[in-house]
Design a protein around this ligand. Structure first.
Ligand code: PRP
Length: 214
């Protein structure tokens, strides 16, 4: 039997997913070791292979079939726009994609002005402003600490993830509009879903059982 390969977005989502697998009786202790620098792990008993990748690369590995399945946030799925099946909401990693800024920027959003929007998620930002709101804006791609942008006048607003809201609060910013709720999802390669249907469905059913008992 071939290995069924899972690409996990490294960090909190991978940790939660590996713990879920442990609860299903699939040994993942090696991958859960906080000191390990290894990127790929094999479970011989269940013929499973896990690897840890940067979140934004998970949809790429899955689209090309280098991984049969992936676990990644909906934010990354929407941003990357890859061709794959999204098959399950794992219910953890819950947060929201929002337009945020200082309270004073609320008016600019209402008045449909041409404003600058900074984001790690330029495609989500573009889609929201151009398609949903019909507002022409300038999108500025950043790679992190996006909350800085309105403070130092790089942009009027940002499109970013809000979890607890404390980053916004500590920087004098607020949620101005909500784009969509987010959480961790299981994605599957289009061909794998056909060729490995029974194995994948078996695993998903077990995961579903576990998360619905939580
Ligand atoms: C994310 C996000 C916000 C923050 C939201 O950033 O981009 O900045 O977390 O969380 P909160 O609402 O609980 O404060 P991350 O920690 O991934 O760092 P980054 O901005 O450098 O990418």
């Amino acid at each position: 039997m071939r290995y069924l390969t899972f690409a996990l977005a490294k960090g909190r989502l991978a940790k939660k997913t590996l713990k879920l697998f442990e609860e299903m009786g699939i040994d993942c202790h090696e991958a859960l070791d906080p000191d390990t620098r290894k990127l790929i792990f094999i479970n011989e008993e269940h013929k499973l292979r896990f690897f840890l990748a940067k979140a934004s690369d998970v949809p790429t590995y899955v689209e090309y079939g280098a991984a049969d399945c992936g676990v990644v946030g909906l934010d990354t799925i929407l941003e990357e726009g890859r061709s794959l099946y999204e098959v399950m909401d794992l219910g953890f990693g819950k947060c929201r994609m929002c337009v945020c800024g200082p309270e004073s920027a609320r008016e600019l959003l209402k008045r449909n002005e041409i404003i600058r929007v900074a984001s790690k998620y330029p495609n989500i930002a573009k889609n929201y402003f151009f398609e949903k709101k019909n507002q022409t804006v300038e999108i500025i791609k950043l790679n992190g600490s996006v909350e800085l942008a309105p403070i130092v006048d790089l942009a009027e607003v940002i499109v970013d993830i809000v979890e607890t809201g404390s980053t916004l609060k500590e920087n004098g910013l607020t949620v101005l509009e909500e784009i969509c709720p987010l959480s961790a999802r299981v994605v599957v390669n289009r061909v794998s879903l056909k060729l490995e249907h029974d194995r994948i469905k078996g695993l998903l059913d077990k995961i579903n059982e576990l998360i619905s008992n939580d």
